[in-house]
Design a protein around this ligand. Structure first.
Ligand code: ATP
Length: 269
């Protein structure tokens, strides 16, 4: 009987994929984050929520190494990421998108996505310019990978279009494609629903879940759109005034009195 119950329990790995440990960030006199800790399990979608000014973006920027915590640590598979410069995080498996889209506007969709593959190539400038055999093999592999991602995200029809003229929703998908091209273990999404209409948000939610299911990518989602977070997250962490207010399943967090109080007292409610 006991064995049957154990077999049904959800699989929890001993070491979380990502561990945020007692992280604090101080800007001048402002404590933007105050001793925040939580774990991210492999294969989960984690929603990070909180009213305006709660510290979500600050934490997101610590995870993507744009900010250095004043205290605490962030561990990826047990190893601190805090010594890695921001431009090296895609090499260790952390990919991100930006709130306002940060693509190369004058490059095509395909070329923007190719940029993402850079973290996974090990060629150098001399081998590249001599077009040595492994460079040619590498290029063929990259082209295949880019094509695969363009098809996966339904971007093939605009593959050779310059990004600048595309609708915002499509540009967001290109950004997602570029992040996926680096084959991340963790994908950090900064308000992906911002600027999207109702139907686009629904499609996005489906897409994020598919990315997790098909590609085994663990996702951290900072998002104001409660409908999206609550419908796709496995685990939710709520912040307020730089501190962790609650964490748990979407239902647990949604019904947490402290979370309700924080949102009722904020402009987000
Ligand atoms: P929003 O939902 O409005 O984006 P947030 O939850 O992302 O809010 P943060 O942007 O992380 O919150 O801000 C947390 C606190 O830190 C706020 O009080 C904010 O004013 C402050 N803050 C954030 N960035 C800086 C900065 N670069 N310099 C000074 N203070 C900052």
């Amino acid at each position: 009987m006991m064995q049957a119950q154990l077999a049904q329990a959800p699989a929890m790995s001993a070491t979380p994929l990502l561990a945020v440990r007692d992280v604090s960030v101080v800007f001048g006199g402002i404590i933007a984050l105050n001793g925040v800790s939580f774990d991210m399990q492999k294969g989960h979608i984690l929603g990070l929520i909180g009213p305006n000014g709660a510290g979500k973006t600050t934490l997101f920027n610590c995870l993507s190494r744009l900010y250095q915590p004043s205290k605490g640590d962030i561990l990826l598979e047990g190893e601190s990421i805090l010594k890695r410069p921001a431009h090296k995080i895609s090499e260790i498996g952390i990919g991100r998108t930006f709130q306002n889209v940060a693509l190369f506007p004058n490059l095509t969709v395909r070329d923007n996505v190719r940029v993402g593959t850079h973290a996974r190539t090990n060629s150098d400038i001399i081998s590249d310019s001599l077009k040595l055999p492994w460079v040619r093999r590498g290029e063929a592999d990259i082209n295949r990978r880019v094509d695969d991602i363009l098809t996966y995200l339904d971007l093939h029809s605009v593959a050779d279009t310059v990004v600048a003229g595309l609708p915002f929703g499509t540009q967001k998908r290109v950004e997602l494609a570029r992040a996926l091209a680096a084959e991340p273990k963790i994908l950090l999404l900064d308000e992906p629903a911002g600027g999207l209409n109702h139907e686009e948000v629904y499609i996005l939610g489906d897409l994020i879940r598919r990315i997790r299911d098909d590609r085994g990518v663990t996702v951290l989602l900072v998002e104001h759109h409660m409908g999206l977070v609550m419908s796709i997250a496995d685990h939710v962490v709520a912040l307020n005034f730089g501190k962790k207010l609650a964490e748990g399943t979407p239902t647990q967090v949604q019904n947490d009195p402290e979370v309700i109080k924080a949102y009722l007292g904020s402009k987000d409610s």
